[in-house]
Design a protein around this ligand. Structure first.
Ligand code: PLZ
Length: 447
């Protein structure tokens, strides 16, 4: 347990005077291109509480974008990191290796979907993992094209910007983007033109005919998909869509890549979101929750695919840094010891009950979706009009921040309010956060 009392405390307005002073330094020293969602400056954090420099204690509903799944400064993570940092901080795995990297690779091979023989490689960020998954897929297949989906988010490097769908803020004026990237419509039940009931079949048909007509199956190295889309709006594809795409890829010599950077490691109530639909992708990318807050990412895949790359074809100075690996070992231990997949399911029940009750009163809540502790509401004009309501989304977000609740939005149209609490947060703390959210939503939605 964290030594920080797990409750909200407001001692100043949010942000307080010390945060404001620091923010002035930020403006003068940090590129304006690096945005900040809520300019409260952090002093400490533990469990589901963030303590700012003014002594306010904020409730965390964002986990640093799905990273501190095991809780902030989780005890086993801290302990492992402390030990590792004293022993050695870096040698570069490509120069003189160490066992901690192997521990993480073995865990990834064991925990990711499928019982087949696997290999892993470690990197620093989700984007870097995606880049490397594409490198591996191209190398193995000898093909170049990569198919991604509408609303996809895969990172901010050049290749991953190309895979990411949304222009602002990710891509605007940052082109040209890498070639041989093609985009298919996403299976998005809420906004599927023919309605949710036929979405699985129709979206799969549209996908296959698009690839056939515009790319050619034989040219496609990989199809990359987030099993639940993250930044694009917590879009859960129609049931069966993922499995159909996965099987179609296999039938066509294409490697399916599941980007589980945001969904992985207990977040959705399973170790990986693919587990829920019994999907076994050839390649899977991971990061975020895996290392409890330290930068670490992985590509895990079929042994024959991962081993096809020539020696020294994959790597990087810091990939699989020993301190980050130690953190991952501590985080994975915590997930197992505390059954955090089970905990994510409990959180789903708690949140879903409250969100559905709220939706009965507010037609602006057009859709409630997600799994485990990766949940969202899509806000619309209401009363049969599903025009995205980004103004209400932003207003609720701002109001929650002012009350010391750290919340996040997402979505291609900026109209999705998402919930990504740490799985270590208690029911009491989560309920307190939900009370604040409900109050602020009610006020902003005007009932
Ligand atoms: N793939 C599915 O969700 C990161 C990005 C926030 P990095 N999502 C949060 C922002 O505005 O930059 C993400 C993801 C999926 C890849 C990534 C990229 O992971 O560790 O941020 O590179």
């Amino acid at each position: 347990m964290s030594s920080i009392e797990q409750k909200r405390v407001l001692t100043t307005e949010i942000p307080g005077p010390r945060s404001k002073a620091l923010h002035e330094r930020k403006v003068a020293s940090v590129s304006a291109g690096v945005g900040v969602g809520l300019p409260v400056y952090v002093e400490r954090a533990g469990g589901g509480i963030i303590v700012d420099v003014d002594g306010n204690q904020l409730i965390d509903f964002g986990s640093g974008i799905a990273v501190t799944t095991v809780g902030n400064a989780a005890p086993r993570v801290v302990e492992r990191v402390r030990e590792q940092v004293q022993d050695f901080t870096h040698t570069c795995f490509m120069v003189t290796p160490y066992a901690e990297y192997l521990d993480v690779a073995e865990s990834l091979n064991e925990l990711t979907p499928g019982t087949h023989e696997k290999r892993s490689a470690l990197f620093n960020s989700g984007a870097e993992a995606v880049e490397n998954a594409v490198k591996v897929a191209r190398h193995f297949t000898g093909r170049q094209a990569v198919v991604a989906f509408d609303h996809a988010y895969h990172g901010r490097t050049n290749l991953t910007m190309g895979l990411t769908a949304k222009n602002m803020p990710y891509k605007h004026k940052f082109g040209p983007f890498a070639g041989e990237i093609y985009r298919a419509p996403m299976s998005y039940p809420y906004r599927w033109p023919g309605g949710p009931a036929d979405c699985a079949k129709e979206s799969f048909d549209v996908f296959t005919s698009m690839v056939h007509a515009q790319v050619g199956e034989d040219n496609v190295a990989a199809v990359i998909i987030e099993p639940i889309q993250g930044e694009g709006g917590f879009i859960v594809p129609a049931p069966g869509f993922l499995k159909q795409v996965n099987e179609w890829c296999t039938a066509n010599g294409i490697l399916p890549i599941a980007d589980e950077v945001q969904t992985g490691f207990c977040r959705t109530g399973d170790w990986f979101a693919c587990d829920y639909e019994d999907v076994v992708p050839d390649l899977i990318t991971t990061a975020k929750g895996m290392a409890g807050g330290l930068p670490l990412a992985g590509v895990t895949g079929r042994a024959d695919v991962m081993d096809a790359v020539h020696g020294s074809g994959l790597g990087g100075t810091y990939g699989g840094n020993p301190v980050a690996c130690a953190a991952a070992i501590g985080a994975i231990e915590t997930m197992k010891a505390e059954d955090l997949c089970g905990r994510a399911k409990q959180i789903e029940t708690l949140f879903m009950g409250r969100l559905h009750t709220l939706a009965e009163k507010f037609p602006q809540i057009g859709d409630i979706r997600g799994r485990g502790a990766m949940l969202a509401i899509e806000l619309v004009t209401g009363a049969g009009d599903i025009t995205p309501n980004s103004a209400l989304t932003a207003a609720v977000n701002k109001a929650c921040h002012a009350q010391g609740l750290v919340t996040l939005t997402c979505g291609t149209y900026g109209n999705v309010f998402r919930f990504l609490p740490p799985l270590a947060a208690s029911d009491d703390l989560l309920s307190e956060g939900l009370d604040i959210f409900e109050t602020e939503f009610t006020r902003a939605a005007g009932a």
